[in-house]
Write a protein that binds this ligand. Structure first.
Ligand code: FDA
Length: 306
């Protein structure tokens, strides 16, 4: 892992900096590149704009590591309101949640109840819930909860990270459930004992996992190829064609404000594209992870300072 990336990921997890840095105006200004605003209405406005370009969306309320039962329940309530609003607005927008927002850190049973309530509400509204994948210490618990809820509910998906050595086995375990999988490279600082340290190895593993997923795309597996990596996107398109898939058999997922021209190009070429839009006031750790993905982004922050 590069030095700049490691340093930024350290900043994203530092408690003191999480509290102090977001107060600076130049940082608040810079974050707007990746986030249309802190309020749900900002996210809905951006989703409506994207829908005019045939891009669907995923909405996520930023937050993680909630430590209190009431707060976890209020996140669940918040998302229920968002699901209702999505229905009323006629947008094709899913919801994505972090399980540590729903209580995973302190009460796995409560987290399960909160997740189940959201998935059931989404099912009644013909919508779906995606589960983000957080640091490696959460993977077992996240997959266990995913399997438990997926058993009776088809409208729930989970994210898998290609940088973890374990992911091929996790994917093999999930496939019999006809899962919905969002494949990402992985955004956290993980040791070389459990995650590929070299980007080339992560990319190779990503493609190997994507091939497995594409092979199942016409057999009940919902496939989300979540990357901005143009060369990987090209390889995935070629592989899908070789397998005889149609461009609507799987979906590309990208983050709001990143590779926007690639989002438009994919739609113009007939692919399904879904953009994840974040909102909320607790954006600092999430934002610094975006900087870590491309340390050159730090210059953009500094330009805002000047
Ligand atoms: P890579 O990092 O190689 O980037 C490829 C190119 O894309 C770069 O060269 C650059 O041009 C551009 N790019 C990428 N990131 C950028 C940025 N921040 N700013 C500007 N340009 C950028 N991770 C995780 O651990 N758990 C999760 O639940 C999720 N969920 C998720 C959902 C969706 C829809 C996406 C797109 C991503 C995630 N991620 C995630 C994040 C993911 O793990 C990964 O960190 C980022 O997608 C960056 O990796 P890429 O695959 O884009 O490749």
């Amino acid at each position: 892992m590069g030095l700049a990336r490691s340093a930024l990921l350290w900043v994203s997890e530092n408690r003191k900096l999480r509290q102090s840095l977001p107060r600076y105006k130049f940082i608040r200004r810079a974050v707007s590149r990746f986030m249309p605003g802190e309020q749900p209405e900002d996210a809905f406005r951006a989703a409506a704009e994207l829908s005019t370009r045939s891009i669907n969306t995923i909405l996520t309320h930023l937050g993680e590591n909630i430590a209190d039962e009431n707060e976890a329940r209020s996140v669940e309530e918040h998302y229920k309101g968002i699901l209702d609003q999505v229905k009323k607005s006629n947008l094709d927008s899913y919801i994505s949640v972090k399980l540590t927002q729903l209580g995973l850190d302190f009460n796995q049973e409560l987290c399960h109840q909160n997740l189940l309530a959201l998935v059931e509400q989404a099912q009644s509204l013909n919508n779906m819930i995606w589960i983000d994948m957080e640091q490696s210490s959460y993977v077992d618990r996240t997959l266990a909860l995913y399997k438990r809820v997926r058993k009776d509910h088809p409208n729930v998906g989970v994210c898998l990270q290609a940088y973890l050595y374990r992911t091929k086995k996790d994917l093999d375990d999930l496939l019999p459930l006809s899962p919905a999988i969002r494949l990402v490279k992985g955004a956290y600082a993980e040791p070389a004992s459990i995650a590929y340290p070299k980007k080339t190895d992560v990319d190779a593993n990503y493609f190997a996992l994507a091939r497995v997923l594409l092979g199942k795309a016409q057999h009940g597996v919902k496939v989300g190829i979540a990357t901005h990596d143009r060369s990987l996107i090209q390889s995935v398109c070629r592989e899908a064609e070789t397998l005889g898939l149609s461009r609507k058999d799987y979906e590309f997922q990208l983050l709001y404000g990143i590779q926007t021209d690639e989002q438009f190009r994919l739609v113009a070429d007939g692919y399904l594209v879904r953009v994840l839009i974040s909102y909320g006031t607790y954006w600092f750790p999430w934002y610094v992870r975006r900087l870590a993905e491309r340390p050159a982004n730090v210059w953009f922050v500094l330009r805002n300072l000047v």
